[in-house]
Design a protein around this ligand. Structure first.
Ligand code: HEM
Length: 216
């Protein structure tokens, strides 16, 4: 399934929902943009952007800033890189995961496999992120084992940033060196109450000569 990108957030009131995203996410987006576009181009992009409530270059990690600023920046950076908004969020997710793993290694090292990490990711946000970043409006994650051995990861958030989740999932696969096949089977942007991702770990598959498959 191709995820769409929620161009404007209305929170059911018709008005943009503001004041939500923690500065760390903006800081990571800035690092991503500077790495991809270069700092002078990022400065020009921000200076030329109308409608930002805050200058992202002055945002601090624990601060809380408008959701709408995040969406404006994502759209502008996507234009700058000539990709669509969803693809930008996927690339940003892969980048952000690597930076989060550098910054918070203790959330990753207890686990040897992404399957175990994903079982913990709801708790990371609900408990640890909420402690570290007061006033965070954290996304909700839950895991379920599928009968076929896949892991079903559900994501709920008013922000509906599912392409960002896809990128973060890919980043987790890269971090643990397993790779992850991810199918986005239900989507909040298509009316579902939660997004659902079916995750498989290619490195779990037995080699072709094991597991009963006939080898010529
Ligand atoms: C363990 C390392 C991680 C840390 C420390 C972390 C931390 C955070 C923080 C601080 C925020 C901002 C919350 C806010 O603005 O109120 C956030 C947002 C988010 N995180 Fe994580 N995160 C981690 C891993 C992940 C992973 C692996 C995923 C996906 C599977 C994920 C998905 C998201 C999403 C989608 C958001 C955007 C906010 C939303 O959708 O409502 N995070 N995270």
């Amino acid at each position: 399934m191709t995820s769409c990108f929620p161009a404007t957030r209305t929170a059911g009131t018709g008005r943009p929902k503001e004041g939500d995203v923690k500065g760390i996410i903006f800081n990571l987006l800035e690092q991503f943009c500077c790495a991809r576009l270069g700092e002078p181009a990022y400065d020009r992009l921000v200076d030329g952007l109308d409608g930002l409530a805050h200058d992202p270059r002055l945002m601090i990690a624990p601060g809380t800033y408008a959701d709408e600023d995040f969406l404006l920046l994502v759209q502008a950076v996507a234009r700058g890189l000539a990709v669509d908004d969803a693809e930008l969020l996927r690339e940003f997710g892969r980048f952000a995961l690597a930076r989060l793993a550098e910054r918070y290694p203790d959330f990753f090292t207890p686990f040897r496999h992404p399957r175990d990490f994903f079982r913990f990711v709801g708790m990371v946000h609900h408990v640890e992120v909420s402690k570290l970043y007061q006033g965070a409006t954290v996304p909700r994650f839950a895991c379920q084992e599928a009968e076929d051995g896949a892991l079903l990861l559900s994501y709920r958030s008013e922000r509906r940033l599912c392409p960002f989740v896809e990128g973060l999932i890919a980043g987790v696969g890269r971090h643990y060196g397993t790779g992850i096949e991810c199918r986005h089977e239900r989507c909040m942007n298509a009316g579902a109450t939660a997004c659902e991702f079916r995750l498989r770990f290619p490195s779990d598959a037995p080699p072709a000569h094991e597991g009963g498959a006939a080898v010529p």
